[in-house]
Ligand binder design. Structure first.
Ligand code: HPA
Length: 273
């Protein structure tokens, strides 16, 4: 067995010493969206630092723990804080949580993030349904010996974001009068934000830009999870924004969008199962 696989298995064992909870949906909370955890009927919480071998996040605003509980009776595991490539972890560690949640039983991975808007019709505070991604600016998390336990060597990527889940999220937005943008998310490594020239280039083929999500979706797709994602457009990307970008601005805009985000996520999850 490979080191990467062993590490996930050891994390699963460590979690299983603390809880036998079996989630159906795994939810990853992006920057500033961590308050969503308040909407969960909590059964148990496990801090990342208490899981043997788990990569612990260092970013302010990314408190690190798994929350196990129920969203309207649906069993979920929620990640409050994720692992970013720019923190210096190997890419296999960045996707370890997705694989771990799959091994705990989660069939659906609901990814959320804060992102810079590049589509000229987007505004700060908008929510965007992710319909596809571009992950080729970051290392592919499947590089290395294939982990046959998870999936095939050359996985198909033609429908990473599940069409049925997408439709349920659209439907939920309509029912709750939430304006929902749609588009392609491009992941860069960060941690510096993009230059205006980079945004000009990226805006030709994507609508929103961020530093997470695509690699998690690639690993989750590999191991057969159903995936969906929502970006909170926390700012207009560099060059489209009159002021310099700051992490504080990103968190504040996410806070402003928090109410509709919570509603959308909760109601959509209820429709998923
Ligand atoms: N660029 C990259 N990542 C981000 C941004 C951005 O403008 N906003 C929030 N995350």
């Amino acid at each position: 067995m490979s080191e990467v696989y062993d590490k996930v298995v050891n994390c699963v064992k460590s979690v299983r010493e603390k809880t036998d909870f079996i989630p159906k949906v795994a939810l990853v909370l992006g920057s500033g969206l961590g308050d969503y955890a308040n909407d969960i009927e909590i059964v148990t919480e496990i801090e990342y630092k208490d899981i043997t071998g788990f990569p612990v996040s260092t970013v302010p605003g990314h408190a690190g723990k798994f929350i196990f509980g129920y969203v309207n009776k649906v069993p979920v595991v929620c990640m409050k804080g994720r692992v970013h490539y720019y923190e210096g972890y190997p890419i296999s560690d960045v996707v370890l949580p997705a694989r771990l949640m799959k091994m705990l039983g989660a069939e659906i991975l609901f990814l959320t993030n804060a992102a810079g808007g590049m589509n000229p019709s987007f505004h700060a505070g908008d929510l965007m349904l992710i319909t596809d991604h571009i992950g080729m600016f970051v290392p592919n998390p499947l590089i290395g010996a294939n982990l046959d336990e998870f999936g095939t060597r050359f996985p198909d990527m033609s429908e990473v974001y599940d069409l049925d889940l997408q439709e349920k999220i659209r439907e939920t937005a309509r029912e709750n009068n939430i304006v929902l943008q749609e588009g392609v998310y491009v992941q860069l490594t960060g941690p510096s934000y993009e230059s205006p020239a980079e945004i000009k280039m990226l805006s030709h083929f994507a609508d929103a830009v961020g530093m997470s999500t695509a690699v998690e979706a690639i690993a989750a797709n590999h191991c057969g999870m159903k995936i969906c994602g929502i970006s909170c457009i926390s700012n207009l990307a560099a060059g489209l924004n009159p002021t310099p970008l700051s992490h504080k601005e990103v968190q504040e805009a996410a806070d402003m969008a928090a109410m509709k985000f919570r509603k959308l996520v909760t109601e959509a999850i209820t429709k998923f199962v």
